[in-house]
Design a protein around this ligand. Structure first.
Ligand code: UDP
Length: 468
């Protein structure tokens, strides 16, 4: 493991630790839940190591400073038109935000005033999300180094780097007849697992990913929310490709941060923890499709009946916007009676606490990277129902590389959902996956120990920040 080796050599040299709040880091997350969480977790980790933190955030999905009194907050105009903010895809919003930020001096002015604030320790660098090339350009104009936090997997970043090659070799755009063809250059991925978006044109996705690659290639250091044990080969490939002073795997960040759930955009319903307290050990299936994925009302009914008919206790997150063509929650007739005493439906969960609860025995997930890491960290096996972006490749790693879950493929039908739940929660295959999930949890926990690769990565990061 090159990263561990490199870090251990550094350890012998003795990493420098900051005098209390001697230096400051600025962080600028992309304003979506799956990007905000890891960025604020990283900020928390750096704060705990003695650095001061200033969070820059957009008005779109604005953060609540009251949740983090230990950080300074600065609001930056994002320029996203109201119509795009209300109805655009995440890719539309990323494009609109970058266009507006490049056209206006607002980001540069906000950064300049943060840097000029003599009441705060000197800023060493700015951490940005890889989607914020416009912010990197504004920082470069002020001579402020940027480091990138990649909130997805190392495999996903490797896929972004490979995108031009994937087009050149004809893997992309994906052809129906080739979906199960292996991508020899990126094992274990098949064409269907590559990063795609059904709601955006290939050309638009290509342009956005090319900008991510540019942001990463020209930054002053890269941190990825993963760990050496999960993605040894994928991290090596990235280190071989990039010429950066540091490429660090410092995750899972939520396990290193003391305030892992302080950045939720929706109120988390803690009553579900009391409900879980009343359930038997490993008996409950937790069901959540993250902050962006959606389904139509027919699929929603199928999931509802699949859960009801499985006979298992379940905790289901039905967030506003999950069902595209329903205004309010409209459960099928007889559903509530069928699940009485064993089904609990809530709007938004304290997901990390839920997954860590002893009553939870499985996770039906959309396979977002944070959800995947959070599940692995607690040893919870998964039924994967990926939709778009990096979710297919995360599901592929869960099933094929780590063996801690399986994908629920094809149309969402109640019978298939019911048998997938039985397979995970009662079957021999499910028991094997649970055993492997326990082993993987242990390996990831080892990375988080004081001499583990992720802790060493953080030591190295702090030392590097102080050198800037
Ligand atoms: N999450 C949460 N409560 C919920 C569902 C999700 O706090 O009810 C959090 C979850 O813990 C994770 C994030 O939202 O940190 C979702 O990120 P992920 O990458 O899994 O998916 P995305 O929402 O970006 O598709």
């Amino acid at each position: 493991m090159a990263g561990v080796q490199e870090a251990r050599e550094g350890d012998k040299q003795g990493w420098r630790r900051p005098q209390l709040r001697e230096r400051r880091v600025l962080v600028f997350p992309l304003p979506f839940q799956g990007h905000i969480n890891p960025m604020l977790q990283l900020a928390d980790v750096l704060h705990a190591r003695g650095l001061a933190v200033t969070v820059l955030h957009t008005r779109f999905n604005a953060l609540d400073p009251a949740l983090h009194p230990e950080f300074a907050f600065v609001s930056v105009p994002d320029g996203v038109p109201a119509e795009v903010a209300a109805t655009g895809t995440i890719i539309d919003i990323i494009v609109a935000m970058n266009v507006a930020m490049e056209a206006s001096p607002a980001v540069g002015e906000a950064l300049a005033s943060v840097l000029a604030d003599e009441g705060q320790p000197r800023a060493a660098c700015l951490f940005i999300d890889a989607n914020l090339l416009a912010v990197q350009k504004a920082a470069a104009a002020l001579g402020l180094p940027t480091l990138v936090l990649r909130t997805g997997s190392a495999a996903c970043l490797g896929c972004f780097f490979a995108y031009p090659m994937l087009y050149q070799k004809g893997y992309l755009p994906p052809q129906e007849s080739q979906l199960y063809m292996p991508v020899n250059e990126l094992p274990p991925l098949r064409v269907r697992d590559l990063f795609t978006s059904s709601k955006n044109s290939h050309e638009k996705v290509r342009r956005v990913l090319a900008r991510i690659t540019e942001t990463v290639k020209y930054c002053s250091g890269l941190v990825i929310n993963t760990c050496e044990t999960l993605e040894t080969t994928e991290l090596q490939r990235i280190r071989d490709e990039l010429d950066l002073p540091v490429v660090l795997a410092a995750g899972p960040l939520h396990k290193l941060s003391s305030k892992s759930t302080g950045s939720s955009l929706l109120d988390q319903d803690y009553s579900c923890i009391e409900w879980l307290d009343t359930q038997l050990s490993r008996s409950v299936l937790y069901v959540s499709f993250g902050s962006l994925a959606s389904m139509d009302s027919h699929e929603f009914m199928e999931v509802a009946w699949g859960l009801a008919n499985s006979g298992h206790p379940f905790l289901w997150v039905v967030r506003p916007g999950l069902v595209q063509d329903l205004d309010g929650l409209d459960f099928p007739d007889g559903f509530e009676i069928a699940i009485e005493g064993r089904g609990n439906v809530i709007r938004w969960a304290p997901q990390q606490e839920v997954l860590a609860h002893n009553a939870v025995g499985g996770f039906l997930t959309h396979s977002g990277w944070n959800s995947t890491l959070e599940s692995i960290s607690e040893g919870v096996p998964m039924i994967c129902r990926p939709q778009s972006a990096d979710q297919m490749m995360n599901a592929r790693y869960v099933e094929d590389t780590w063996g801690v879950g399986f994908e629920l493929e094809g149309k969402l039908e109640r019978g298939k959902i019911e048998s997938a739940i039985r397979k995970l929660m009662n079957g021999k295959e499910g028991a094997d996956m649970r055993d492997r999930a326990k082993e993987l949890k242990k390996k990831v926990a080892d990375c988080l120990e004081s001499c583990g690769s992720s802790q060493i990565a953080v030591d190295k990061l702090v030392s590097y920040i102080l050198s800037l």
